[in-house]
Design a protein around this ligand. Structure first.
Ligand SMILES: C[S@@+](CC[C@H](N)C(=O)[O-])C[C@H]1O[C@@H](n2cnc3c(N)ncnc32)[C@H](O)[C@@H]1O
Length: 246
């Protein structure tokens, strides 16, 4: 039977005391550039779904001056508690990308979701939720591994040092075509663009083999891979909401 999966590494990664000295992720810079180019009106609001301890929101607070309201949600209360301490003047809530009620009650000019949709086995519900809280002219930016081939991949992996360990999730790879299809069927007036994101420098292998590292290939100097033998090719899909359904 296809096993249910768990996330077990997020607290170890995001509550690590040495994290505060890290540079902002390259993906955050790409997301910030795309949001700046989209030229949202002054006093815009932004939601980060799967915000962990608020690192992306801290980066945006310092780098997106036109925005006057930031909110972050994450399922883990330990991460949200840390986010509240770490990033002042941001509204943090414990919540799920899959909770339709939460999204229906809110409106944002920008919704960002970085490194999180690959946890879900179905992309349709989170995408519909992000759309349901979008204002007219909003941007939705999703950063994840996406497959240029028309193939969706569901992944479960397990640490083989203990046969009894849980199956974990977080490395599903949906095809760009699946995203295109869901957006075309959404009932919203949308336009969207794809932005490949390649690492500009090497990342060494770390203790946890499911944290990505880079290798040199014929095509890329810094190809990201993980310990499940997957090539990880991140992309951002930037969706513009030109019109809401009647
Ligand atoms: C790989 S981390 C990415 C964190 C952050 N966005 C970043 O880019 O550094 C995935 C995050 O998604 C959160 N998460 C897992 N399931 C979720 C759900 N159903 N709704 C919202 N967040 C979720 C995890 O707790 C974790 O903080």
């Amino acid at each position: 039977m296809f096993p249910d999966g768990k996330r077990i590494a997020d607290e170890a990664v995001y509550l690590d005391k040495n994290r505060s000295s890290l540079e902002p992720k390259e993906a955050f810079k790409l997301l910030g550039n795309l949001i700046r180019k989209a030229q949202h009106t002054k006093s815009a609001s932004l939601l980060d779904v799967g915000c962990a301890t608020g690192e992306l929101l801290l980066y945006f607070k310092n780098n997106l001056p036109g925005f006057n309201y930031f909110e972050g949600i994450d399922v883990l209360n330990t991460l949200i508690n840390q986010a509240r301490k770490q990033v002042p003047d941001v509204e943090f809530r414990i919540g799920s990308a899959l909770d339709t009620k939460y999204f229906l009650q809110r409106r944002f000019d920008v919704v960002v979701c970085c490194g999180t949709v690959q946890i879900f086995d179905d992309l349709r519900l989170p995408l519909e939720n992000f759309l349901s809280c979008a204002r007219k002219n909003a941007s939705i930016l999703i950063c994840s591994p996406f497959n240029e081939e028309p193939i969706d991949v569901i992944t479960r992996y397990r640490r083989s040092e203990s046969a009894a360990s849980d199956w974990e999730l977080g490395w599903n790879i949906f095809s760009c075509k699946t995203v295109d299809y869901i957006l075309e069927q959404s009932g919203y007036n949308l336009s969207w663009s794809w932005h490949p994101f390649d690492m500009p420098f090497a990342i060494p292998k770390r203790n946890d083999p499911m944290r990505t590292w880079t290798i040199k290939t014929e095509e890329k100097p810094f190809q990201t891979i993980n310990g499940a033998s997957q090539l990880i090719n991140m992309k951002v899909v930037h969706i513009r909401v030109n019109g809401l359904p009647e």
